[in-house]
Design a protein around this ligand. Structure first.
Ligand code: AHM
Ligand code: MG
Length: 333
């Protein structure tokens, strides 16, 4: 059974960029996710980590202690490995610049965008939560200051994307653009082992995942699509499953076959989810797993971002179901 480290080394030729860089990037991701795993697993027995931090984040949402812990842990972990020059996080209004103290050859060429703790509303109730990460090569030259343009890159330019789900077990799923693979943490020795090789969306998905409590706020296209999911038909009705954390819903849907839907609503006219650190990495994984990710009309990975915390409607899952949803949206305009 491969460990994550062995798997990376055995597949290193498929990483277009330097070997040293990917090892440093993964060293940061593994360490931070194990620290979060540890905190999540003792959340029930210590008040230190559950509940609100007492402050609101930049989106006006009440920040949980674990959001804050996860943000700080990832930032520190990337900082100490001299591979990343800038981090944008859901929990920070502006991007964070990281200086390469050692000024070594590897020279911190990479940009990380991260949702450190996705599904915050599930923290206190022992339901799966996750971390989502996305990595790019910086656009600007290494000798000048980072700019916002280094972060506003189309999703298609991601060189590494993935998530960690903290559920009944902790699983890290990633892609460097040659398929996607999942690794389960053995907490007794702190090692991730390959458990989900070459993950692909099943062709015949039967699940739809949406917050139907917002039904009255959906467009006619979405309402008609939901009706379609619920009708008798070929491979239908579908079944509804919604956790309320993108990572948890996506992880189930890729294994069992299903579509995740977060459309525009009256409350969120641009959609709720963030393009850069939620939708793009999940869209990258979706495509690598043979699926499709769309904002209803456009491929998510082709959207040119204008703002760090930009929102978008988001639909991802097996190609045929996502295409069907797009038909309903376009026909109802
Ligand atoms: P978060 O990153 O602040 O936790 O929020 C993002 C989450 C997604 O993971 C999830 O699918 C969605 O927001 C749930 O929203 P809602 O409660 O409106 O259904
Ligand atoms: Mg999130």
């Amino acid at each position: 059974m491969y460990t994550l480290g062995e798997f990376i080394i055995n597949n290193i030729d498929e990483f277009y960029y330097s070997t040293e860089s990917i090892l440093r990037l993964f060293s940061s991701i593994k360490l931070a996710s194990k620290a979060i795993h540890k905190e999540v697993n003792k959340a029930g027995i210590t008040k230190k980590i559950i509940g609100s931090s007492g402050i609101k984040n930049i989106h006006g949402e009440r920040q949980k202690k674990l959001d804050n812990f996860a943000h700080k842990t990832f930032v520190e972990s990337f900082k100490s490995r001299n591979v990343v020059c800038g981090i944008a996080s859901e929990e920070s209004e502006n991007f964070i610049v990281i200086k390469n103290e050692k000024k070594d050859y590897y020279g911190n060429k990479y940009i990380v965008l991260i949702d450190p703790l996705d599904g915050s509303s599930n923290i206190d109730v022992n339901v799966p939560i996750g971390t989502i990460f996305s990595v790019y090569k910086r656009k600007s030259s290494i000798n000048i200051n980072l700019t916002i343009d280094d972060f506003l890159q189309e999703g298609i330019r991601q060189i590494l994307a993935g998530y960690v789900i903290y559920g009944s077990s902790t699983i890290l799923v990633y892609s460097i653009g040659n398929g996607i693979n999942g690794f389960t943490l053995d907490p007794s020795i702190g090692t991730f082992y390959l458990s989900h090789p070459n993950m692909k969306f099943p062709k015949k998905g039967k699940i739809y995942s949406i917050n139907e409590g917002n039904y009255d706020k959906f467009s006619d296209g979405i309402k008609k699509f939901l009706r379609y999911c619920q009708e008798e038909g070929r491979n239908r009705p579908y079944t509804a499953r919604y956790i309320g954390s993108l990572v948890g819903d996506f992880h189930r849907n890729i294994i069992k076959g299903g579509i995740y839907i977060y459309p525009k609503t009256a409350t969120y006219p641009q959609g709720k989810l963030r393009l850069l650190y939620e939708c793009n990495p999940i869209a990258f994984l979706t495509e690598q797993a043979g699926g499709k990710a769309s904002d209803g009309k456009n491929r998510i990975l082709n959207i040119v971002p204008k703002m760090l915390h930009q929102r978008t409607p988001f639909f991802c899952g097996p190609k045929n179901i996502v295409s069907k949803l797009e038909e309903f949206i376009i026909n109802c305009e």
